[in-house]
Write a protein that binds this ligand. Structure first.
Ligand code: SAM
Ligand code: SF4
Length: 470
């Protein structure tokens, strides 16, 4: 397994067809089917799209056969992600043949990256909509209904969909994602996100708090605040001039209810401040877990990647996190085989992983993306065989670190939020501790998803803590 699923980029959920949590609450004459790919931002956007479409009388379905509209919410982060979507698209050919009025729409990052080229390359596609243009979907659908191809890939400096209450899709009713910002200004040289999602903008803090309040009143127990770089969240109240930083926002959300767990993702190492760390440690309900992607452990490669920190600076940040919160879980993203990466650079990456003692990581082979700074400046000169071998070494290092980290938890007692049945055994509950580790334990007594319980860990695998209720 090259990418260990956690909540932000869950391999198991790629291509998942979405349907509302409360099936049958409203009846709709027209139906849309949506599959989401890529990072959690896309899954969260699909919930905004569902809300926009419901207003227009379209209900979500998980059954392709009854759909009037098919949407793929796409990802461009690596070439493989785009290939997966293209392959999936070709599978809709038959559905379109048997129902010529069926409309097919490409949404998200791939739509933004390829624009009208997508219509030329994929004749099946009727609608192309970028991440900032979802409000125009109803107009584009009518246009496509009349037989015209419909495209809107305009990026915006303001759009945050702040006023749209997302329709929760495929929800367990316990945990939810809340978008707090969009876009990214960082320009890491390997990354296509600044081109597909545009400039960074932060959402009105009070609309975020209102959304979280709404979730609490529906019984949700955990929110994950989402953004490409949450630590650079910054919103100024236009009426009062009040400044809201990410630390302040965390405080506002954590203050809603001590029963509501707060998580966030992703943190760029350059932006996470002591303020954020102190706020985390001050609130029991802000989870002790930080996703802090390093990308590479070599200062030379980090410079080429335009990550703006050195290996020493990164390691000092990890040390600082553990000084302030000794029990904080840390995870990472790592890229193997970036342009010019030598064996020494690769060993530096393995060394940073070991020193940081990550609980888990997402690990990728470098994939050159057209239009990025790296594609323009540097040759993609590491062979696939070498990338593969280095990735395997990174994965086996992470496997060892994950197991070591879990073994350290044996005998510990954790507060666990029950999310549902264990996948492998419905006589066991599955939940997470504050550090975002999956905890599985036998069912006892009268408990339900959404309950907090205390579990003593007595065994573990590389990916799971096994325990019993106390
Ligand atoms: N904004 C987040 C950050 O900076 O950490 C995450 C952005 S991206 C959606 C998730 C991860 O994909 C990145 O952290 C990086 O490891 C990986 N990634 C991005 N571009 C890539 C590329 N061209 N090839 C391989 N992996 C890539
Ligand atoms: Fe991409 Fe870097 Fe922005 Fe993350 S911080 S989305 S890796 S440019």
């Amino acid at each position: 397994m090259l990418e260990i699923g956690n909540k932000v980029h869950d391999e198991a959920r790629q291509g998942e067809a979405y349907a509302p949590a409360n099936v049958g609450v409203r009846q709709f004459n027209k139906k849309f089917y949506i599959e989401s790919y890529g990072c959690q931002m896309n899954f969260s956007d699909s919930e905004i799209i569902a809300s926009i479409l419901e207003e227009q009388g379209f209900g979500a379905t998980r059954n392709l056969e009854e759909a009037d509209l098919i949407f793929l919410n796409t990802c461009s982060i690596r070439e493989k992600a785009e290939q997966t979507v293209r392959k999936r698209l070709s599978e809709f050919r038959q559905a379109k043949k048997s129902n010529p009025s069926l409309l097919v729409g490409m949404l998200g990052c791939m739509a933004e990256r390829l624009k009208t080229k997508l219509l030329e390359e994929e004749k099946l596609v009727d609608i192309v909509v970028g991440p900032d243009a979802y409000r125009s979907l109803p107009v584009l659908i009518s246009q496509a209904d009349e037989g015209q191809k419909a495209v809107n890939v305009l990026l915006s400096r303001e759009e945050t969909y702040a006023d749209i209450a997302p329709v929760r899709l495929n929800s367990n009713g316990i945990t939810a994602f809340v978008s707090i910002m969009r876009g990214c200004n960082n320009m890491c040289s390997f990354c296509v996100v600044p081109f597909t999602r545009g400039r960074e903008r932060s959402r009105d803090a009070y609309s975020i708090v209102a959304e979280c309040n709404g979730l609490v009143s529906k019984g949700y127990k955990e929110v994950t605040l989402l953004g490409q770089n949450v630590d650079s969240y910054y919103w100024r109240n236009p009426e009062t001039g009040e400044d809201v930083t990410f630390a302040k926002l965390l405080e506002m959300v954590a203050g809603i209810s001590s029963n509501l767990r707060v998580r966030f993702s992703t943190s760029h190492p350059k932006d996470i401040t002591d303020d954020v760390l102190h706020t985390m440690s001050a609130y029991e309900n802000i989870c002790r877990y930080i996703h802090l992607p390093v990308q590479s452990g070599s200062t030379r490669i980090l410079q080429l990647m335009n990550r703006t920190y050195t290996r020493e600076w990164y390691l000092a940040k990890v040390k600082r996190i553990r000084e302030i919160m000794p029990d904080c879980g840390i995870s990472s993203d790592i890229i193997a085989g970036f342009c010019t990466e030598s064996e020494d650079d690769h060993r530096d990456t393995l060394d940073v992983m070991e020193q940081s003692a990550y609980d888990f990581s997402y690990m990728f082979m470098y994939s050159e993306r057209p239009g990025t700074l790296a594609a323009k400046r540097y040759a993609d000169d590491i062979s696939t065989d070498i990338k593969k071998r280095r990735l395997e070494e990174i994965v086996s290092m992470q496997n060892r670190l994950s197991l070591e980290s879990n073994k350290k938890d044996l005998g510990n007692i954790y507060k666990v939020l029950i999310e549902g049945n264990s996948k492998k055994n419905d006589q066991h509950w599955m939940g997470r501790n504050s550090q975002n580790k999956v905890v599985v334990f036998p069912k006892e007594g009268n408990l339900n998803p959404g309950d907090y319980v205390f579990v003593k860990v007595h065994d573990c695998t590389q990916g799971t803590l096994l325990g019993t209720l106390i």
